[in-house]
Write a protein that binds this ligand. Structure first.
Ligand code: G3P
Length: 220
């Protein structure tokens, strides 16, 4: 399973890249706005830190302008993945950019029927938003289960399921159990994955007992 981080914060990306566990980055217009940076600059910078796919979202809603924006973004670096919304024009743009060899992430997916359309349009990734479905009392993880099952029925569907709008570690664990290919996680959720109180308690017990021996591994 691949881990992407869902942020445009370069300090966070640099820090998480050092763990060696980061496979890519996703951004969206809200995250770019939060970063306060210019989109082309920040995407170029992220691509110089992370080798894997880096999603950069178009801002237009009509096919012609989306295609132009997508091509412009794709020129930044070979690992740029153009993100398009799940609309008629977005999927037309997806089809055109995929045919040109550009990776495309189809975002704002909230139903299995939308995910089928994205796969048919040749998307590299489909991004179903689990947290936002949970927020309105619907079953976010149920949607992931459905999409993974559907995609597994067809060899021709090569689109990877990229679980987005993740709010907590359980979303990640459930996604892994279902066989989702990728999860994009906010930085704080990535950090939560490491934590368990018994790990902290156990480590402090080991350190205390070790100190009492007076030994040093490197001196032996
Ligand atoms: O980048 C898309 C998605 O992960 C957004 O998440 O938390 O704004 O619902 P959120």
């Amino acid at each position: 399973m691949k881990f992407f981080v869902d942020t445009a914060d370069l300090a966070e990306i640099r820090d998480l890249a050092q763990t060696g566990l980061l496979d890519g980055v996703t951004t969206n217009p809200s995250l770019i706005a939060k970063s306060g940076a210019k989109i082309l600059d920040v995407i170029a910078e992220i691509c110089s830190v992370v080798d894997g796919p880096v999603s950069a979202e178009v801002a237009a809603t009509d096919y012609d302008t989306m295609l132009k924006e997508g091509r412009h973004l794709a020129k930044i670096a070979p690992n740029v993945t153009v993100k398009v919304p799940l609309t008629v024009d977005g999927l037309k743009t997806c089809k055109a950019l995929s045919a040109e060899g550009t990776m495309v992430n189809v975002t704002l997916c909230f139903s299995a029927s939308q995910a089928i359309l994205a796969a048919k349009a040749g998307a590299t990734f489909i991004s179903p938003f689990v947290g936002r479905l949970d927020d309105i009392g619907q079953d976010g993880m149920g949607l992931i289960d459905e999409i993974v099952q559907i995609y597994n029925q067809y060899d021709a569907f090569t689109t990877e399921v990229l679980v987005a709008s993740i709010r907590h570690p359980i979303h990640l664990v459930e996604s892994a159990k279902m066989g989702a290919h990728v999860a994009t996680l906010p930085p704080n959720v990535i950090r939560q994955l490491y934590n368990h109180p018994l790990t902290d308690k156990g480590l402090s017990g080991f350190l205390k007992d070790w100190a009492a021996t007076g030994q040093s591994i490197l001196d032996q």
